[in-house]
Design a protein around this ligand. Sequence first.
Ligand SMILES: [Mg+2]
Length: 270
Amino acid sequence: MSAMGAHLRPAALLIDVDGVLTQAGVAVPGAPAALRALREREIPFLLVTNTSQRSRDALARQLTALGLAVEAGRIITPAVAAARYLAAHGYRAYLATRASTRDDFLTAGVVLEEEHPDAVVLGDLGDELTYDRLNRILRHLLAGAELIALGRTRYWQAPDGPAIDVGALAALFEAAAGVRARVFGKPEPSIFIEAASMLGVSPSALAMIGDDAEVDVAAARRAGLGAGILVQTGKYRPGDEQRHTPAPDAVYPSFPSFIAALLGTPITDQ
Ligand SMILES: [Mg+2]
């Protein structure tokens, strides 16, 4: 374990959710108290998660029910980041995503357009993906719509085995339409840059805390963030700190132990 250098005083924190704040469906011990301590010290933070199955409102309710009280406005998902991008450019969007993320786009003020969109937003469609839908997306792209993908993951582990994820679909459309997708979702830089913009700070003033040495930590440093902090919970396995470049700036046993070191105060759940 390495201690955080004295030079490292992030203005704000980006915090991964799965494996950092939660593990196996419950809060990581001390994580609720660590979030409370950040609020008390008025240290700005956002939760950065790759989930595309739920809206930020649904995520906020789920985390709050686990004792991790957080407002929806403090959560950034690939859908939230993409919605900010679309709204900033005034793009009308065709949503090829699960209905559950639709609110994220409407809340951001994105105008939806079925016939002549400026962009197609591609998510994990599951059983809603039909050949008709595939061709409809292809035709929008051939007509000049920008392809926005909510992640680059090729497949995920469904209960009955590996299942096609959004990254594989994006590759399909890149091949079919001869376009390049703009990808929101870790490890791509866009989501980190949108998070910095939401917080109103430069990326270099941010530290990212995650349990994935590649997708959270190395990716954040490559995106220009000031520091990547690896925690040894969730998907962490011994040796991860040496497997990826850039290496973590610091490694801590858990999120609460990092916050305790950052704030110089013990963190314990009541
Ligand atoms: Mg994680």
